[in-house]
Design a protein around this ligand. Sequence first.
Ligand SMILES: Nc1ncnc2c1ncn2[C@@H]1O[C@H](COP(=O)(O)OP(=O)(O)OP(=O)(O)O)[C@@H](O)[C@H]1O
Ligand SMILES: O=P(O)(O)OC[C@H]1O[C@H](OP(=O)(O)OP(=O)(O)O)[C@H](O)[C@@H]1O
Length: 212
Amino acid sequence: MKPIRIALTKGRLEQDSVQMFQQLGYDCTALREKGRKLIFPVGNANMEIVLAKAADVVTYVENGVCDIGVVGKDTIMEMGGTFYEVADLGFGKCRFALAVPMGVDFYKGYHTRRIASKYVNVSRSFFEKKEMDVEIVKIEGSVELAPILGLSDAIVDIVETGTTLKENGLIIQEFLGEISARLIVNIASLKLRKEEIDTFISKIEHYLGTEV
Ligand SMILES: Nc1ncnc2c1ncn2[C@@H]1O[C@H](COP(=O)(O)OP(=O)(O)OP(=O)(O)O)[C@@H](O)[C@H]1O
Ligand SMILES: O=P(O)(O)OC[C@H]1O[C@H](OP(=O)(O)OP(=O)(O)O)[C@H](O)[C@@H]1O
């Protein structure tokens, strides 16, 4: 039988994900010795770990080329998609926030605001719920630059410690939602590899329940 493939988000979620796998008893030695490789066998189970960018984790799981994924709620909210979200893994905690330059009253006046964000869908639905007409500009990173440079009135971005906002003269206007890493599962895989995936999810649930 082919290995169960698990896609992990590279970068900020990677270390906590690997640590969780090790604590579940999976041998991730191959991962610790990685160079530029992107797929790694789990030493003591019929599993493979794939390292991918957040959005690609969702794409691979949705298309069934990976059975399971670990990805931030931010990416899930932005991309949507058809898969099961089976667990909140409790790490990668941060929040979505609307932030503005210090001293600016965001809601004053009637002009159309311009919002810069990497998360255009999250931003759009936030302002749609408020029935506010805004213009959204997609920025790929260091979004805090946009209002400083005069491109936007505000940003919608991830805030963890608040340091990036503070050091760039921005403050939180409003929180949009809580973010953390989630476990996602392909719909067909959950049927076709039910026993293996259920065992894996049970281990995760047990780990989450016993974590201190
Ligand atoms: N302070 C934080 N900033 C950004 N993401 C965070 C933070 N804390 C936790 N995360 C989570 O980590 C995930 C991966 O973020 P990371 O910055 O590693 O990659 P990225 O957003 O794809 O950016 P890059 O293009 O730099 O790789 C995010 O989608 C989010 O769920
Ligand atoms: O509240 P803080 O702890 O300061 O963290 C928030 C910052 O971290 C993320 O950026 P990242 O470092 O991933 O770079 P990016 O802006 O290029 O995505 C996010 O987009 C904020 O800029």
